[in-house]
Design a protein around this ligand. Structure first.
Ligand code: GLA
Length: 391
C-alpha cells in the first residue's frame, strides 16, 4: 500500500516536472510587445551599422519612451555553423559580433531580439535551428538576447507544436527571460496550441505594404489581414497574443490615411506593435502615427482584450475593444472608395441605449462631450475615426 502511494507520489512529481517544462511561465509580454524589426524595410540588407542607427533613432525619435522596446534583427544576420555546431554571424555585416551589438542596444535602454527558424534553414536559406535548439538557446542567452522570432521555413515533415515546444523548453533552460515569437503564419492554427509555448504567434501570412491585395506567394494587404484575425479574439491575452504581422507604416506603399487606419486597427487588435520602416528617416506624419500615445494606450491596455468587428455594412465597419476602465476603444473604418458617414450605437458596444458616455476622438485629440445612444461621423475613404467611449 505504502509502496503504491510512493509510486503514485513519484509519478505525480514527474508529471508536474513535465508540465513545468512545457508551461510558458516566463512572465513576459503582459501587454503586446512593441519594438522595431528590420525585415519589412531592409529584408536581407542588415548590418551592425543599421541596427545601431535604429537603436539611436528609437531613442531620439521618442519611440523608446512611447513604448517601443525590442529591437529585433530579422533574417540574414547568420551565415553558417562552425565545426562545433555554433551558429555564426556574418562577420562582414556584423564585424563586432552579436554580443557587442546586444550590449550597444542595451546601453540605449532597449531590449535586443534576433531571428531563427524551427526548420533546417531560414526563409532566406541561412542555417535553421532544427537539432540545435538547446545549443542556440544557450548562445542567444550568452549574447544577451531578449526576444526570439522563430520562423517555419524548411520544416519538412516536422510537427509544428512539437518543434516550437522544443525551442520553448530550450529557451526556458537557458535561464534568460526571452520573449518567444512564433512565426508559422497561422498555418497550423497556433492559437489552438501555442498559449503555453510562446508569447505571440503569427496568425496570418506575411503582410505586404498595401491596403488591399493578395500576392501569389501568400502576402496579404491590411484589409485581408483584418478579415483573417477577426474572430480569434478569445485566444489572446496577457502573455499570449495573436500577431497580425509587423507594421508597414511609413514604407511608402499606402497613403497617410491608410497608414493611420493600419496602425489604429492593430491597436484595436491588441497586436504586437513592431515598427518596420526606416525610423532613422521618417516624415513628421509617420512619426506622429507611430507615437500617438492615446492609440498606444489602447493597444497596451492592461486587460489585454483583443478587439473585434461588431458591425459591418457594405465596407463600413465598427470595431470595438473593451478597456480596463470600463470604456471602449471604437474604430469606425471606411473600406469603400468614397467618404461616408459611420454610426456606432451604444448597443453595438454592449451598453444600454440610455447610458450617457463621454466621447473622445483619439486622432483629433479632441473631446466630443457627453453623448447618449449613438455617435455618427463622416469617415474618409480607407480612413478611420477612433473614439474612446466611456460611460
Ligand atoms: C518569413 C516571415 C517574415 C520574415 C521572413 C524572413 O517570410 O514570415 O516575417 O521573417 O521570413 O526571411
Amino acid at each position: 500500500m505504502s509502496r503504491n502511494r510512493n509510486c503514485l507520489a513519484a509519478a505525480l512529481l514527474l508529471c508536474a516536472g513535465c508540465l513545468n517544462l512545457l508551461a510558458l511561465d516566463n512572465g513576459l509580454a503582459k501587454t503586446p510587445p512593441m519594438g522595431w524589426n528590420s525585415w519589412n524595410k531592409f529584408a536581407c540588407n542588415v548590418s551592425e551599422d543599421l541596427i545601431k542607427g535604429a537603436a539611436d533613432a528609437l531613442v531620439s525619435s521618442g519611440m523608446r519612451d512611447a513604448g517601443y522596446q525590442y529591437l529585433v534583427i530579422d533574417d540574414c544576420w547568420q551565415i553558417d555553423r562552425d565545426a562545433n555546431g555554433n551558429i555564426v554571424a556574418d562577420a562582414k555585416r556584423f564585424p563586432s559580433g552579436i554580443k557587442a551589438l546586444a550590449d550597444y542596444v542595451h546601453s540605449k535602454g532597449l531590449k535586443f531580439g534576433i531571428y531563427s527558424d524551427a526548420g533546417t534553414a531560414t526563409c532566406q536559406h541561412r542555417p535553421g535551428g532544427r537539432g540545435y535548439e538547446f545549443q542556440d538557446a544557450r548562445q542567444y542567452a550568452a549574447w544577451g538576447v531578449d526576444y526570439l522570432k522563430y520562423d517555419w521555413c524548411d520544416h519538412g515533415t516536422q510537427n509544428s507544436e512539437a518543434s516550437y515546444s522544443l525551442m520553448s523548453a530550450a529557451l526556458k533552460k537557458s535561464g534568460r527571460p526571452i520573449v518567444f515569437s512564433l512565426c508559422e503564419w497561422g498555418s497550423t492554427k497556433p492559437w489552438l496550441w501555442a498559449r503555453d509555448i510562446g508569447n505571440l504567434w503569427r496568425a496570418t501570412g506575411d503582410i505586404v505594404d498595401k491596403w488591399d491585395g493578395k500576392e501569389k506567394w501568400g502576402g496579404l494587404g491590411v484589409v485581408q489581414i483584418l478579415d483573417q484575425v477577426n474572430g480569434l479574439e478569445s485566444y489572446a491575452g496577457p502573455g499570449h497574443w495573436n500577431d497580425p504581422d509587423m507594421l508597414e507604416v511609413g514604407n511608402g506603399g499606402m497613403t497617410t490615411t491608410e497608414y493611420r487606419s493600419h496602425f489604429s486597427l492593430w491597436c484595436l487588435l491588441a497586436a504586437p506593435l513592431m515598427a518596420g520602416n526606416d525610423i532613422r528617416n521618417m516624415t513628421p506624419e509617420i512619426h506622429d502615427i507611430l507615437t500617438n500615445k492615446e492609440l498606444i494606450a489602447v493597444d497596451q491596455d492592461a486587460l489585454g482584450i483583443q478587439g473585434h468587428r461588431v458591425k459591418q455594412s457594405g465596407g463600413l465597419e465598427v470595431w470595438s475593444k473593451q478597456l480596463s476602465d470600463g470604456g471602449r476603444a471604437v474604430a469606425l473604418l471606411n473600406r469603400t472608395g468614397a467618404d461616408a458617414k459611420i454610426a456606432v450605437a451604444w448597443t453595438d458596444l454592449g451598453y444600454p441605449d440610455s447610458l450617457p458616455a463621454s466621447v473622445r476622438d483619439l486622432w483629433a485629440k479632441h473631446d466630443l462631450g457627453t453623448q447618449k445612444g449613438s455617435y455618427a461621423v463622416s469617415v474618409p475613404s480607407h480612413g478611420v475615426v477612433v473614439l474612446r467611449i466611456k460611460p
